[in-house]
Design a protein around this ligand. Structure first.
Ligand code: CA
Length: 481
């Protein structure tokens, strides 16, 4: 099987032209060519308007099918186009993963009056006032869809907290009061209890909510023939619910549904604990590695490149990890802004694409550009092809300098001409002598990236001095024509 490659098929600032599903359909041949084996799509359901990315989810059953929020299509297109997109991707051998937002709902149709208690936003375990009646946007009746697909209507009992009292205009974190109500106990401990993130926070301990979300996900995954899920904001969702949800979908839909969770933290111990708590039923994005990349890019030659994998998830838990460089949340202007500087991007991509461990994710914004800017497709393409064709076999590290590291993939007979030497520098031009074995004696090797133009003839030990220019990467491999 070819090396897997996940593609994040969107960035934050796509035009709200409802043409994105069609754009992706047109991109399918190129994605296949660069070695993409799975695509992660943005949340496909109706958000608060046609401009909504889908993360402010309004109606999970409206995939651009009903006139709601002043539009039939979503920001990305219609339900029919999404079905076509999935079919086209499948024909191209690309699996399709749905983005699933289960933490909150936004854009309620009506307000309701109910009892709530304000809690300290910095420590949600501390009440900062008496329980009082507030008026909250918690009633979802979906007038544009009616009862099609589901008759379920959401009311305040199905939520744990909101952030706005319509009656007084007061903002804050209001925990909804009632029998068996409260924040989920198994959530991220930041702010005392990080169950509440935004909008109307779904109470995932309510039996009717659990039933409805199970039914919805079964409908959604089956109707669009998705192969997996990217679970949004899992650090804010009660762990037992998340575990039960995945187990239920594997029972009801497909036993091998792929799942990756977004747990935004660089705390490796917390991530390991989370994976254990959800019985390793999902992978997690390696946020810690992303932050190492950001730091390396910002610090340049002051950063010790030999430590780039230190305290990362891929280092401690290589089987349950999606590695990435940037995403829609880390891009400039977004909540988790921590963008890896452009000069370091090729180095970072080499470090996720060409190594043995991790399921790497290529970000749409890096490849095609964000907000009308130019992407790095030309620079990344050789690295992507190197992953597809050459990055096989055992791995050996030569982390020989604070500002220069190299690693070898020894190759695999199943992939002709596979095997490579990847060398990176964050300082000046550098080189290292590496032996690849006598069986490679006489082979001619070249740099796939084109950064170095010389060709190397391997000596009787299959060795050569492999060179990299300053502040870039070279990928040396056998020339086969
Ligand atoms: Ca929550």
């Amino acid at each position: 099987m070819l090396n897997g490659l996940l593609f994040q098929g969107f960035c934050w600032y796509l035009p709200a032209d409802s043409r994105h599903w069609r754009r992706l359909i047109n991109m399918a041949p190129e994605l296949k060519e660069i070695g993409v084996t799975g695509i992660w799509l943005p949340p496909a359901y109706k958000g608060t308007s046609v401009f909504d990315t889908g993360y402010s989810a309004y109606d999970l059953y409206d995939i651009g099918e009903f006139r709601q929020k002043d539009t039939i299509p979503t920001k990305y297109g219609t339900a029919t186009e999404l079905q076509q997109l999935v079919a086209v991707m499948h024909e191209s051998g690309i699996r399709v993963y749905a983005d699933v937002v289960l933490n909150h709902k936004a854009g309620a149709d009506e307000t309701e009056r109910f009892m709530a208690v304000p809690v300290d936003p910095k420590d949600r375990t501390v009440e900062i006032g008496e329980p009082r009646e507030i008026e909250g946007w918690t009633k979802f009746t979906f007038p544009g869809r009616g009862d099609k697909y589901s008759q379920f209507k959401w009311t305040f009992e199905h939520f744990a907290a909101i952030d706005f009292d319509q009656a007084t205009g007061q903002t804050g974190v209001f925990r909804i009061v009632g029998e068996n109500k409260g924040f989920g106990m198994a959530v991220d401990p930041e702010y005392g209890n990080y169950d509440y993130l935004m909008h109307a926070d779904i109470d995932t301990s309510h039996p009717d909510v659990i039933r409805e979300l199970y039914n919805w996900a079964e409908w959604y995954l089956s109707r669009f023939d998705f192969d997996g899920m990217r679970l949004d904001a899992v650090k804010h969702i009660d762990e037992p619910f998340m575990l039960g949800f995945i187990e239920e979908m594997r029972k009801r839909v497909k036993s091998d549904i792929y799942v990756v969770g977004e747990y935004w933290t660089a705390d490796i111990e917390r991530m390991r604990q989370y994976l254990d708590n959800v019985h390793y039923h999902m992978q997690l994005f390696d946020v810690a590695l992303h932050f190492n990349f950001e730091r390396a890019a910002n610090e340049g030659s002051a950063f010790d490149l030999r430590e780039v994998f230190d305290n990362t998830l891929v280092q401690v838990n290589p089987l349950n990890v999606v590695t990435f460089v940037d995403n829609h949340d880390s891009q400039p202007g977004q909540a988790l802004e921590s963008f890896v500087a452009d000069w370091f991007k090729p180095l970072a991509y080499a470090l996720i694409l060409l190594r043995r461990d991790g399921y790497p994710c290529l970000f749409y914004g890096d490849y095609y550009g964000i907000a009308g800017g130019e992407g790095l497709a030309d620079v990344l393409r050789p690295l992507l092809l190197a992953r597809k064709e050459r990055a096989y076999g055992p791995e050996k590290d030569y982390f020989f300098d604070k500002n220069a590291i190299a690693f070898v993939r020894e190759g695999d007979l199943k992939y002709p001409h596979s095997g490579l030497v990847c060398i990176l520098s964050t300082g000046a031009e550098n080189s290292v002598y590496i032996e690849l074995g006598a069986d490679r004696f006489g082979q001619t090797w070249y740099d796939m990236t084109g950064n170095r133009s010389e060709q190397l003839v391997l000596d009787e030990k299959g060795g050569a001095d492999f060179t990299v220019n300053g502040r870039t990467v070279s990928v040396w491999t056998e020339k086969n024509c």
